[in-house]
Design a protein around this ligand. Structure first.
Ligand SMILES: [Zn+2]
Length: 161
């Protein structure tokens, strides 16, 4: 007589995920923090500078800290390559800031001023602005050129968070 598999019933895979640590890069001092996944919703503070790790604001990135955020964060990082002289960039800025607040703790939104950081614009072959790039684990997942309205921006980012 054959016995049936005992695997019917409950699964416990989420407990494994719940025990893992997430690497979060501080938007203030750029230190890399390890935060238990279970504490991500408890407004975690940076171990080095004590500021909130999730402040819901886009972080301005220059070449000095860009790689740290892109490569060390376990959250997707959405970078807006922009410039002060670009009208569509300025028009999208409030929408981008709103998205940063809405995605607080789920994605880090960031801005690179291509006028101040031409080497980053060159490294990522930015040919028109605004250009948005989603990174995770140091890899570019997707990019989009042209200003987006709030609905389109949120829909695009939500594919990756
Ligand atoms: Zn910090």
């Amino acid at each position: 007589m054959r016995t049936r598999s005992p695997h019917l019933g409950r699964s416990c895979t989420t407990s494994v995920i719940g025990m893992s640590n997430q690497h979060i890069v501080c938007p203030h001092c750029h230190g890399v923090n390890r935060v238990p996944a279970a504490r991500l919703a408890e407004n975690p503070k940076c171990g080095a500078c004590k500021a909130a790790l999730f402040d819901g604001l886009p972080v301005d990135l220059g070449s000095g800290h860009f790689r740290t955020h892109i490569e060390r964060s376990d959250l997707p990082v959405v970078v807006d390559f922009w410039a002060p002289w670009c009208g569509p960039c300025r028009a999208m800025a409030p929408v981008f800031a709103q998205a940063a607040a809405a995605l607080r703790g789920r994605a880090q939104l960031a801005k690179v001023n291509t006028e101040a950081e031409p080497q980053l614009a060159s490294q990522f072959a930015i040919r028109s602005i605004p250009t948005l790039i989603v990174f995770r684990g140091g890899r570019e997942l997707e990019r989009m050129s042209g200003a987006l309205d709030a609905r389109s921006l949120n829909a695009w980012i939500n594919r990756w968070v």
